[in-house]
Design a protein around this ligand. Structure first.
Ligand SMILES: Cc1cc2nc3c(=O)[nH]c(=O)nc-3n(C[C@H](O)[C@H](O)[C@H](O)COP(=O)(O)OP(=O)(O)OC[C@H]3O[C@@H](n4cnc5c(N)ncnc54)[C@H](O)[C@@H]3O)c2cc1C
Length: 413
């Protein structure tokens, strides 16, 4: 069967892979996107998809440049301007306005973000989508990647991006080793209603069973993420609504008041993974294929979008010759950041599991100190918002005429 030539093949069109494809296409590159599934987003009737994520201001800028963000219905996005994190009896609180920001982040449904990105990709001439696309063979030569689609053409490119998620098959075939930590925890997720509407507060408490977050939804409800021992999460999911409400109210004391209703709950197992390398010849890892982190800091997808912007930045001047130096820079940059952030999140999760609540007191103490030390707070906000000096240019700068043009080009407008 025929072969098709591209500059880059992106395997996996989740939010991170699709964003990467759009940014590379905006550099005038021919991009193939291969995904096992063609995403379709049917907005749930009067409800939200339970898979919601906190998107940082830096990530939003990256998404704006892809042309995907503006295709998401604003009525499905919940901006938040305030954040509180509690442990034991101490807390640290942030307000966007104190840091010169309009928002600290946005809560968005993953399928809605993905649909916006795919719509942008579908409208970009330089992008060809292969979905559902099953590939059966990959050949990583020194200067070329060949990907054989089942019952389809062979795709050839000077670079392949593995964005095929936490259990990346491409990563495995490339022989890249992964460190794994199984937490024996599951995140319990779903919507809840509180006495007072949530109009822009991201609230978290480190409870005796694990971190419980209440994140705003656009209709004034909140989405919870409660990470706990797996068996307990499963048990709580099965409780009658009134019993679950009583249980969660024993553990949450947010300014939103008591929980009064609960929607359908789901559980997701939590595993931290970290690829030891991000590059193998002409293959580069991105998003959850590169690492997955505990959700307690809401950073997983933000790291993946930072990868996408960082990869586009190091490849800015790539003309098709050997990109080894650029990829080396990408690997150094992204490995060190994910080790730092992933390791920090992991350490917090371990500390708070110390017996007799000791860890939660230690963490609370550090929150109390951070709450009073302005430079520390500024640094924390810049890092959590993805706009610190280590962030890619695209994330640090508000969309300018040229990046808006790039976004429009990516969206085919
Ligand atoms: C409970 C919970 C809460 C979270 N909260 C947050 C948060 O608040 N903020 C945040 O930033 N992150 C959060 N995360 C993390 C975030 O959800 C992930 O980091 C992110 O969704 C990963 O995106 P991705 O595009 O890298 O991978 P994925 O979304 O897994 O996409 C991978 C894509 O590859 C495709 N694929 C897979 N295998 C193949 C194959 N063999 N061939 C072709 N295609 C393939 C799949 O179909 C899919 O489209 C949370 C995670 C959990 C579990």
């Amino acid at each position: 069967m025929a072969s098709l030539d591209f500059d880059v093949i992106v395997v996996g069109g989740g939010v991170a892979g699709a964003a990467c494809a759009a940014l590379l296409a905006a550099q005038n590159r021919r991009v193939a996107v291969v995904d096992a599934r063609r995403p379709s987003f049917q907005a749930p009737d009067g409800d939200y998809d339970p898979r919601v994520v906190a998107i940082s201001p830096g990530s939003r800028r990256v998404l704006q440049a892809t042309g995907g963000w503006n295709r998401v219905d604003p009525a499905r996005l919940a901006p938040y301007q305030r954040m509180e994190v509690h442990s034991a009896s101490l807390q640290v609180a942030f307000a966007a306005v104190e840091h010169g920001l309009d928002e600290l982040g946005w809560i968005a449904e993953i399928p809605a973000l993905q649909a916006g990105l795919w719509e942008a990709l579908e409208n970009t001439e330089r992008v060809q989508l292969f979905a559902p696309g099953v590939w059966e063979r990959v050949e990583l030569a020194r200067n070329l990647v060949r990907l054989q689609l089942a019952n389809g053409p062979q795709l050839r490119a000077g670079l392949a991006v593995a964005a095929d998620g936490a259990r990346s098959r491409l990563r495995q075939l490339a022989g890249i080793e992964v460190d794994e930590w199984h937490y024996n925890q599951k995140a319990l997720i779903g919507p809840i209603t509180t006495e007072r509407a949530n109009t822009g507060l991201a609230w978290q408490r480190f409870t005796e069973h694990g971190p419980l977050a209440l994140l705003p939804l656009p209709d004034g409800r909140s989405s919870i993420v409660w990470s706990q021992p797996a068996a307990r999460s499963d048990r709580l999911r099965e409780l009658a609504p009134e019993d679950f409400i009583a249980e969660i109210n024993r553990h949450q004391d947010s300014p939103l008041g008591d929980v009064t209703a609960v929607g359908t709950l789901h559980t997701l197992p939590l595993v931290r993974r970290r690829a030891r390398r991000l590059v193998q010849d002409r293959l580069v890892l991105l998003g959850d294929a590169a690492r997955s982190v505990h959700p307690l800091a809401g950073q997983g997808l933000n790291l993946g979008l930072t990868d996408a912007a960082a990869l586009a930045e190091v490849l800015e001047d790539w003309t098709g010759d050997d990109p080894a130096l650029a990829l080396k820079r990408y690997q150094r940059w992204r490995l060190s950041q994910s080790t730092l952030i992933g390791g920090g999140i992991h350490a917090i999760n371990e500390v708070v599991r110390a017996p007799a609540g000791l860890g939660r007191h230690v963490l609370g103490l550090s929150f109390g100190i951070a709450d009073r030390l302005w430079p520390l707070r500024e640094r924390f906000v810049a890092q959590a918002c993805g706009i610190d000096s280590d962030s890619p240019r695209l994330a640090r700068t508000a969309p300018t005429l040229s990046s808006r043009k790039a976004g429009a080009a990516a969206a085919g407008r």
